[in-house]
Design a protein around this ligand. Sequence first.
Ligand code: PMP
Length: 397
Amino acid sequence: MTQFKFSKRVPADGTDAVGAILKAAADPQIISFAGGLPAPELFPVKEMKAAVDKVFATHGQEAMQYGAAKGVTALRELIQHHVKEKENVDAELDNVLVTTGSEQVLDLVGKAFVNPGDTVLVEQPTYLCALDVFKTYGANFAGVEMDEQGMKMDALEEALKSRPNTKLVYTVPNFQNPTGRTMALDRRQKLAELAAKYDVYVLEDNPYGEIRFAGQHVPAVKSFDKTGHVFYMSTFSKTLAPGFRLGWLVADADVVNKLTVLKQSADLHTDNLVQYAVAQFFADNDVDAHVREISDLYGKRKQLMADGIKQYFPAGVKYTDPEGGMFLWVEVPGVDDTVELFKECLKHNVAFVPGDPFFAGKPQPGAFRLNYSNAPEDKIKAGMKQLGEALQDAVAG
Ligand code: PMP
């Protein structure tokens, strides 16, 4: 057997704990609230086919040819106007980079800014793939405490003072993955100020902000940025189609230029056909109405899930009540081993993602993430009953 000499970037244990969880949850017997998939029944397949047909008729050769690393101009212009309309973010074309999923922004920012040993401050808990990405570049993490209003700014400032080698603060301010929490307006302003004061960068990751089914929109941290310290990223994955792998970065032109060079080394450019098709789709359809339909459906599903928690879960269980997005977060007191709890729930044919991998530091026992966007209503009702029974057993045992 060959002992391959992998680089230091490859995780030494080589295991994919979350992959194993999702695999176990994929058994057709099991009602899974584990994954993070949008509702496929709302994918605008017919309209997108019409957009693709039009692209082949009007830009067939450009769509099939190599293209610009920064992206198709029509799509970059669309993104420029979109961030102004939705988030009050002022951007020139030079500030926009199209990426292969917004996941690529995480990778490019990690590659461009994180030297081994640099500190990356993250919400506690945070998006686990972001931890994985920054880990490959040798980041040291420190978790910053959250409450229902998002990352606590006093805790963040303490962390910034005590860790002068901090490079990056990573936040998912809207309907965070995994908790569903949203950062309050005053904290967003403060976050932009702290980034400038301590000369660190904020990576604002906003895949879910448009999927709001209750409450008032809160403008992006980037809209308060006066110094270029905030990098804003988002995606078409939750509003149109994750399979298209289309995301974007809005940042200072210098940052965009450097990341473009790195992107060129990674994949030359993002798929042209998909870029043209999405731009065409926006031109021909009422995308706001489409996003409203998604939000309404997820709002109903979230409510069913919350009703299920109230009806079936043991007393004392805490849970978040998101105003949008795809996830809520549950904390079951008295549980020490959430992975064991997961295994017990599998026996009751229901699944979630245990909280542990979302923590940069010590995990919070008994916490887990539930997804409500993907399962139809009857499955949510049945699954919450099963989950409630499993938790009652676990707490009693
Ligand atoms: N950031 C967060 C917080 C996410 O939840 C996801 C998707 N799970 C991504 C980034 C990546 O999304 P995509 O690459 O599909 O744009």
